[in-house]
Design a protein around this ligand. Structure first.
Ligand code: NAD
Length: 416
């Protein structure tokens, strides 16, 4: 009987029943699991879970953008040289936010020195040095040098003073105070901390010269009560003070008599020949010449001046030194050169000559050549093109946030 039951047909039927039973059990288990899962994640929560994932992803994307933005806007500085403490100097530049001062800042920063700028922003702009703000070697102090200053420095480049006629005539008393009281304050500081001081004097100490070209031995021809006297006499007395401090207090002084200088960052409205002519030509306005245009000027590019100032500061020579470009042009020639470089339709027109306007200005730079081995290198056309480009960018600016950087590399790249 048993043997009958174990016949192959019965065994196949048993296996089939077992298989079906197992499948039934599996389906039941699946259904139970689904119910359990469903109850633990009701549809509302599931969608919330999905939504919060989306929100998280969006948050991450936002932060990604932020990081990218911050990385783009991260302040980077031109690569400055590393100097050990023996070679690194603490250098103060009064008027360092101005035209010449800001180029000097660039050069000294690039050399790896610690630079402090003191400026009251009368004619200077933070924009001129903003590319250094935050750098560990750089400090900007909003300070008027008519008030005393107490800091520790090794060298002082004393440039603070309005330089163009409209600026220094705007408030003649302040111009006098800056050049007299301000210079005394800086000389007092130099005496206290045993720093060397370089005064940025001017070719205007020669006034309307009767001698041509002007050498440092020439005592000048200045009208002491004319409209330019606040500046001319202010600088003359500043020179006198320097030599009084040298003699009496043993302060090391250097005096640079700077002739007309031009370049990027010069004031657009400083009323001087270069800026006037470039602006007028760029805007297709008439180019105005005061007088017949036969008066002469010589113009040096700002990087040449910076070379000269640094060479003088680091020399052993303490008498005044002319720094300028002896290449002389009449104002009329100059107007024509600018007109050619800019192009456009401007006409040259003549107006009444200005009071006390010097007729001839050309430096004798024999002394600078001999004692400093210095002479200007940048050709007039190269300098003018750089300046025209800078002015063009300035005129194009329509929003405050737009920048017109003239980075130090631009000068360093110019190899002449
Ligand atoms: N640029 C030239 O062609 C030229 C020619 C001869 C001499 N200089 C001399 O070179 C120096 C720099 O001239 P610049 O062309 O750069 O002029 P600038 O007007 O651009 O710079 C002068 C700087 O001195 C600052 N300043 C003025 N009075 C100040 C005060 N009381 N306290 C602190 N800061 C003050 C101004 O804000 C400005 O930043 C000046 O002393 C000027 O007399 C310049």
């Amino acid at each position: 009987m048993l043997r009958k039951l174990q016949c192959p047909h019965i065994q196949a039927a048993q296996r089939l029943v077992l298989k079906k039973f197992t499948m039934l059990l599996f389906c039941a288990a699946m259904t139970i699991s689904f119910i359990v899962i469903y109850q633990s994640f009701p549809p509302a929560d599931a969608s919330r879970f999905a939504r919060s994932t989306l929100e998280l992803e969006a948050e991450i994307r936002k932060m990604d953008h932020k990081i990218q933005f911050l990385e783009q806007g991260k302040k980077t500085y031109p690569e400055v040289k590393f100097l050990t403490y023996k070679d690194r100097k603490r250098i103060l530049i009064t008027g360092g936010a101005g035209f010449v001062g800001s180029h000097l800042v660039d050069r000294l920063m690039m050399q790896g020195h610690e630079v402090t700028v003191v400026d009251n922003f009368f004619t200077g702009r933070k924009r001129n040095v903003e590319h250094w703000i935050g750098h560990e070697n750089f400090e900007l102090l909003h300070h008027d040098i008519v008030n005393p200053l107490y800091i520790e420095v090794d060298q002082i480049y004393h440039l603070a003073s309005p330089a163009s006629p409209p600026n220094y005539m705007y408030n003649p008393i302040k111009t006098l105070k800056t050049n007299t009281v301000g210079t005394i304050n800086m000389l007092g500081l130099a005496k206290r901390v045993r720093a060397r001081l370089l005064l940025a004097s001017t070719s205007e100490v020669y006034g309307d010269p009767e001698l041509h070209p002007q050498s440092e031995e020439y005592w000048g021809h200045v009208n002491p009560i004319g409209p330019r006297a606040c500046y001319d006499e202010g600088k003359r007395v500043a020179e006198t003070m320097c030599y009084a401090y040298e003699k009496q207090e043993k302060v090391e002084v250097r005096v640079a008599r700077i002739f007309n200088t031009f370049g990027p960052r010069m004031h657009m409205n400083d009323g001087r020949v270069v800026s006037n002519f470039i602006l007028q030509a760029l805007q297709n306005e008439s180019i105005t010449i005061y007088g017949e245009g036969a008066q002469t000027r010589s113009f040096q590019y700002v990087s040449d001046l910076v070379d000269g100032l640094m060479a003088l500061m680091n020399s052993n020579y303490s008498q005044p030194v002319n720094l300028g470009n002896p290449e002389e042009h009449t104002i009329m020639e100059f107007a024509k050169i600018i007109l050619t470089l800019v192009g456009g339709e401007s006409k040259i027109i003549k107006k009444t000559a200005m009071e006390d306007d010097p007729q001839r200005r050309k430096p004798d730079i024999t002394r600078a050549k001999t004692v400093l081995k210095w002479e200007p290198k940048i050709p007039l056309m190269v300098g003018l093109n750089k300046t025209i480009e800078y002015f063009q960018n300035e005129l194009r600016r329509s929003r405050h946030s737009e920048r017109n950087f003239h980075m130090p590399e631009n000068i360093a790249l110019m190899s002449y």
